[in-house]
Design a protein around this ligand. Sequence first.
Ligand SMILES: C[S@@+](CC[C@H](N)C(=O)[O-])C[C@H]1O[C@@H](n2cnc3c(N)ncnc32)[C@H](O)[C@@H]1O
Length: 316
Amino acid sequence: MVSPPEFQHDPVMVAEIAEIAADLSPGTFADLTLGGAGHGVAVLDANPELELFGVDQDDLALAAAGERLERFGPRATLVKTRFDGAGTALVDAGHEVISGFLMDLGVSSPQLDIADRGFSYHNDGPLDMRMDTGQQRTAADVVNNYSFGELVDVLSAYGDERHCKRIAQAIIDGRPFTSTTQLATAIADSLPAPVRRKSTGHPAKRSFQAIRIEVNDELAILGGTLDTMIDMLDTGGVGMVLTYHSGEDRIVKDRMRRVIEAGVPAGMAPTSDYRWSWRGARTPSDSEVEENPRARSARLRAITRVGASGPGLGAP
Ligand SMILES: C[S@@+](CC[C@H](N)C(=O)[O-])C[C@H]1O[C@@H](n2cnc3c(N)ncnc32)[C@H](O)[C@@H]1O
């Protein structure tokens, strides 16, 4: 077991997120992917009138966040749940409306770096990849039991992997798999040498991402959670989502657009309660990407609740 002080995760676009938090009305800010509370601490520091309601499904993250948020006393509440349980947890705790929310999707650096968690294609570990270690399904279940067709679907939908059929066949042929590097090697070996040479990062990176998303049901619960949180926003409230790959970003963009354009006939000014906080997605600065390569693919989208007659900005 790794102790919380070793939990090192650089929060992405933290200055931009803190700037938005600074302007929010007094009330509750829900961080649905609390991690090590890098964003959570920045939000509370930026706006003394906000309280943080932090949610994560990972015990290690919650332990680290608890230590970092201790200095804020009762301004921070931590809850262990998958984020589709956040709406109920907020209401149960008396927070029916919120001033803002953040979802910073995916995994934290410690989850990737600790070999035993089984997320890493570099450090050998068991094929696990569960964010909530109490959950049943592991990466070994997906890798060793899914049919060829199911593997192809996972690899292509959640990893945008062009070579999904080749990789799925290599997985079927190489079974049973027990460790992450055994799987990473089989995936890399299944690709033609020129593809391996040209791939940015490890050739198994996309496949590992796809399997991780499947194990944790990450995309299945994203849209519904977003709808619930958007609905709970107070007037003036802002909901922000940081995504790291196209599948996530598409869901976020579509859901927000649907709310913003609700009931708006083509060509008419939107009459929805919501508008885009800015057009399109914001991305990290070059200097942030240089310092934190994990930020490279980040996209930040946000929605603002403007009230019953507020104008919308239209599609990004
Ligand atoms: C990218 S990290 C967040 C890092 C955090 N913003 C910070 O500043 O340290 C994502 C976190 O969200 C958690 N997470 C991912 N999907 C989740 C879900 N469906 N429900 C609850 N927590 C989730 C992960 O366990 C991880 O700790």
